[in-house]
Design a protein around this ligand. Structure first.
Ligand code: MG
Length: 366
């Protein structure tokens, strides 16, 4: 075969592929609301509940099925139902789109749909899972990361009475760092209950619980005496100036969570916070989370990956990016009793990424 003809072959093959994709339905999208049951009633400043409904998405094309999940955040007027309706409404577009063009698909969905970031996350995660399977590589490798760099995850202890708090801390014995929810009048009692049973480093999340900046300074300085590494979102998201004031009076790093939803939020947080907590359900998926991590790093900020109450689908998706970040709080799947999946696991607190292609998920019971 002459060299010129050999060069033509791949072009001819790709032209045939394009012809096939123009006429056949490219993909199938299915949505399902999944009720995740919590091991313990989950209480933060914002809410208290025994279960969470998440939206599961299956994206099938070329004999590969990518799985995605979104945990809707009611604060942003999202529900599992609204996430489902969003994705059902996008089906005519998604069914005819080529998943190899996942960036183009997601850009178009972000352009068409205001809000509904959990729905966008479910789509992004399913497309990335599909892409990894199609290429035969785990997603951490797709992003050029080393699984050995995955950090330790904290294990979260919800607000509870002192004796239940002690029991939860004992259950979390394999985790070297704990995350404690505060932000109520019982803050000192909660921390003292934890300190009664462990000397482990603690990270603390106030979930916007303190609205008075002098109170925030006082509590943060007290937390410093209790071996706390950092404080997450001490004041309401809108109180950026007040947080800047507080930051100038404490030593402990302050991490933004509720104040940091999307990439465009990060630059204005850079002088008020030391770092940002990025979640796929806030950003709208892995690609946006990756972009947020890079933007935060470029501004000299610490980076953290967190999660909502989710199955191993979302938590594994976040874990695939975790070799990039300073801190991980990826325990949402460990707080539920009916996870349909196995993916990322935890060994003495360290995140262990699965080796399979895409997310590397296996359905439990298979
Ligand atoms: Mg938080």
């Amino acid at each position: 075969m002459r060299r010129r003809d050999a060069l033509k072959l791949p072009l001819a093959a790709s032209a045939a592929l394009n012809l096939a994709s123009a006429s056949d339905p490219q993909s199938q999208v299915e949505t399902e609301i999944v009720r995740l049951k919590l091991k313990h009633t989950w209480t933060t400043v914002m809410s208290s509940s025994d279960f969470r409904d998440t939206l599961h998405l299956r994206y099938t094309a070329d004999n590969f099925t990518g799985h995605g999940e979104g945990a809707p955040i009611s604060r942003y007027k999202e529900s599992a139902q609204s996430a489902r309706e969003t994705l059902e409404g996008l089906k005519p577009y998604l069914n005819s789109a080529d998943p190899r063009q996942f960036s183009k698909i997601l850009a178009e969905v972000f352009r068409r749909v205001p809000g509904q970031y959990a729905a966008k996350a479910a789509l992004d995660i399913a497309l990335m899972d599909w892409t990894g399977q199609n290429l035969g590589v785990p997603l951490y490798r797709y992003f050029g990361l080393d699984a050995a760099d995955a950090p330790v995850t904290t294990f979260s202890i919800g607000i509870d009475n002192p004796s239940s708090t002690r029991a939860k801390v004992e259950e979390a014995s394999q985790f070297p760092v704990l995350k404690i929810k505060v932000g109520l009048d019982s803050d000192e009692a909660s921390i003292e209950a934890v300190r009664a049973v462990t000397k482990k480093p603690l990270r603390v999340d106030a979930n916007e619980g303190w609205t008075n900046k002098e109170e925030a300074v006082r509590k943060i300085n007290w937390l410093e005496t209790q071996g706390v590494e950092f404080i997450e979102q001490p004041m309401p998201a809108a109180m950026i100036e007040e947080t800047r004031w507080v930051r100038s009076r404490v030593h402990m790093p302050i991490i933004a969570d509720e104040a940091c939803l999307h990439a465009s939020d990060i630059p204005r947080l850079a002088n008020a916070f030391d770092g940002v907590n990025i979640k796929l359900d806030k950003s709208g998926g892995m690609l946006e989370a990756y972009r947020m991590i890079q933007i935060a790093k470029s501004l000299g900020m610490k980076t953290m990956l967190g999660c909502m109450i989710s199955s191993s689908v979302t938590v594994t998706a976040a874990a695939q990016l975790s070799p990039l970040v300073d801190y991980a709080d990826l325990d949402g799947n460990l707080l539920i009793s009916n996870d349909p999946w196995t993916g990322v696991t935890v060994l003495k607190g360290k995140l262990i990424l699965p080796s399979g292609p895409g997310l590397g998920l296996l359905r439990r019971g298979n």
